[in-house]
Design a protein around this ligand. Structure first.
Ligand code: PLP
Length: 452
């Protein structure tokens, strides 16, 4: 049996190639099987079944090669089957697959935590521990904050997304599809306004100051700052529609937290690991979180997430108060080390900035040409277009525009509280010609939607 050849990864031909309609006949067969084996609660954005992926493409069972503007929701930032990840995971899978780090530990877990403590914002003493998913990271960060402060309340923001477990679904803002019918929810969760420049009632100029004042007023009047354990915020709201909070908002909230003994938790699950043109999105405004939650881009697709934070907070929890069977699985830890090497050695932070420089001007030009393009925003390789009904701010559903892109062989995702945002999360290793070709598909889809 040969194990030497891989067909995915960067060696995959970097081209868009459609040989059937999308989805093709073999994907449609598999979709029928999926529909009888998997509940509809597990949705499907684009029903092509993938056999290989790498660089900026994914290849399906019918032989179509699609351009990837999704990275499996900001996960494969280093590309699918990135060589340094594959090599490390291959070696590890032959050595051992699991011991449980809490039973008999191994070096790679510690090495990942050391790297996170070095690389995350702030030069204070830090600790990290590893779990399996973004939701689990956020949930654990809240556990730590409550334990360290002895306070119950947690403050989150409009348009926030933090996961699907009971606590993180409660922290999430949007009812459908995340919360509808899944209550009752966890107690002691309070929601504050987010500085959303495009939709701020008095305009983007006043947005940061007014939103921060409203959030702080809400905390002081409705909860009492001394009862708040933590504020949890995404530095750029992901599922909420790639909302970049107006400049000044995040530092003001962080400063209020510091002054009141509230743990400032940055949920960088989607924004982390070079995605936004910084290693972490908080760096853009020099915000230093007390705790930072990471996942998605951390391990190139292997399930891993981390909680990194001030040593005094994390050390406040008693022995064995944190953990989980699989947290920091050795394959995932090796993958994470491979991801961090790749980001550094291939200068992927710079690549993310380059992607922004290619995408933003072309998308901003669309805003001039088509009045359904209300807003174009984002940083690095986390860029979005918010669609509106012409001449208004009323949301225009992004689904039909995404569907046109899918039919042309471009994987794009939608987002937004109002479902009217097209979001782009290309792998940072996508070649320029695919980036440009994908943008041309988006342009055609928006042009077509403008004439109906
Ligand atoms: C995806 C996401 C989560 C949840 O991560 P899972 O791994 O799906 O549990 C939490 N926060 C943010 C900002 C996310 O984008």
């Amino acid at each position: 049996m040969s194990t030497a050849t891989t067909q995915g990864g960067p060696q995959l031909p970097q081209e868009r190639r459609l040989v059937t309609e999308i989805p093709g006949p073999r994907s449609r067969e598999l979709l029928a099987r999926k529909q009888s084996a998997v509940p509809p609660g597990i949705g499907t954005t684009l029903p092509v079944f993938v056999t290989h992926a790498g660089g900026g493409v994914a290849v399906d069972v019918d032989g179509n090669s699609l351009i990837d503007f999704g990275s499996g929701i900001a996960v494969t930032s280093v590309g699918n089957s990135a060589p340094r990840v594959v090599e490390r995971v291959r070696r590890q899978v032959g050595d051992f697959t699991h011991t449980c780090f809490m039973v008999t530990p191994y070096e790679s877990y510690v090495a990942v935590c050391e790297r996170l403590n070095e690389l995350t914002p702030g030069d204070h003493a830090k600790r990290s521990f590893l779990v399996n998913s973004g939701a689990e990271a956020v949930e654990n960060a809240v556990k730590v904050a409550r334990h360290a402060t002895g306070r119950p309340a947690v403050v989150v923001f409009d348009h926030g997304y933090h996961g699907r477990t009971l606590l993180t679904m409660t922290l999430t803002a949007k009812n459908m599809p995340y919360k509808d019918g899944f209550g009752p929810f966890a107690p002691e969760v309070y929601r504050a306004p987010l500085a959303y420049p495009f939709r701020w009632p008095t305009g983007p100029e006043n947005c940061a100051e007014e939103a921060a004042a409203q959030a702080i007023d809400m905390i002081e009047k409705q909860i009492g700052a001394e009862h708040v354990a933590a504020v949890v915020i995404e530095p750029i709201a992901g599922e909420g529609g790639f909302i970049v909070p107006a400049r000044g908002f995040l530092p003001r909230i962080a400063e209020f937290c510091r002054a009141n003994g509230i743990v400032f938790i940055a949920d960088e699950v989607q924004t982390g690991f070079a995605r936004t043109g910084d290693l972490f999105a908080c760096e853009d405004e020099g915000v230093v979180p007390d705790i930072i939650c990471t996942a998605k881009g951390i391990a190139g697709g292997l399930p891993l997430a981390a909680v990194t934070g001030r040593a005094d907070l994390l050390d406040s929890v008693h022995v064995s108060g944190l953990g989980g069977t699989y947290g920091g699985n050795p394959l995932a830890c090796e993958a994470a080390l491979g991801v961090l090497e790749t980001i550094e050695q291939d200068k992927l932070v710079d690549r993310a900035r380059h992607i922004e420089e290619v995408m933003l001007p072309r998308l901003r030009a669309l805003r001039e040409r088509y009045d359904i393009v209300g807003d174009v925003r984002g940083r690095g390789a986390m860029i979005a277009v918010e669609l509106v009904r012409p001449g208004t701010r009323e949301p225009l559903p992004a689904g039909p525009v995404a569907a046109r892109c899918h039919a042309e062989g471009l994987i794009v995702l939608t987002a937004g509280t109002y479902g009217n945002v097209l979001r782009f999360l290309p792998p940072l290793v996508i070649p320029d010609h695919l980036l440009e070709e994908g943008l041309s598909i988006v342009e055609r889809a928006i042009a077509a939607a403008s004439t109906v």
